[in-house]
Design a protein around this ligand. Sequence first.
Ligand SMILES: CC(C)(COP(=O)(O)OP(=O)(O)OC[C@H]1O[C@@H](n2cnc3c(N)ncnc32)[C@H](O)[C@@H]1OP(=O)(O)O)[C@@H](O)C(=O)NCCC(=O)NCCS
Length: 163
Amino acid sequence: MSVLRWPWGSSEELVTQRLQPACAAVLAHIHAASFAHGWDEEAMAAMILDDMIQSDGLFASGQPVAPVAFVLSRCVLDEAEILTIAVSDRWRGRRASLRLLQHHLQCLAARGVRTVHLEVEEGNAPALHLYDRFGFIRTGERKGYYARADGSRATAVLMSREL
Ligand SMILES: CC(C)(COP(=O)(O)OP(=O)(O)OC[C@H]1O[C@@H](n2cnc3c(N)ncnc32)[C@H](O)[C@@H]1OP(=O)(O)O)[C@@H](O)C(=O)NCCC(=O)NCCS
């Protein structure tokens, strides 16, 4: 667990912690608000309990089952794929994802991961900026990979980096 104090003087503290099944309902809520096709509470609980998935959250103090942001990665041998990262509406634009992803990559490295892969929609500027900032390199794209809520399709950008 590590503690983040906001640099702009807020007294609010956030801590990074491994997720637990009791967080599943909040995760499903954040996910549904973030993506066209949300994952439900049951799916979230199953992923948290899966030993191959590294699941980390960012929590406000006194809120042990209600993360403000979370990230999930599937690990196979020395490779991992970031399955999803999302920040709740109220915490967007406050660099919560920077701290969370930094912690998550450290956790992946600690369990022996050497290469991390991900896919991101080509128009998702905040996410692309976040991954660029962390040194992820674009390795390809998949046209029409994502189905948008309006029925149109969007290209996925493939990225990876070594730890
Ligand atoms: C993507 C997401 C996780 C970023 O989380 P966040 O904590 O709100 O983002 P941050 O405040 O840390 O901003 C990340 C970076 O993107 C930049 N950014 C934010 N909005 C941006 C925009 N519209 N265009 C370009 N850059 C942008 C920020 O300035 C910051 O970079 P900096 O630190 O160099 O200034 C968040 O927007 C989210 O949950 N989105 C919905 C889910 C999603 O799309 N997840 C990614 C799926 S691959």
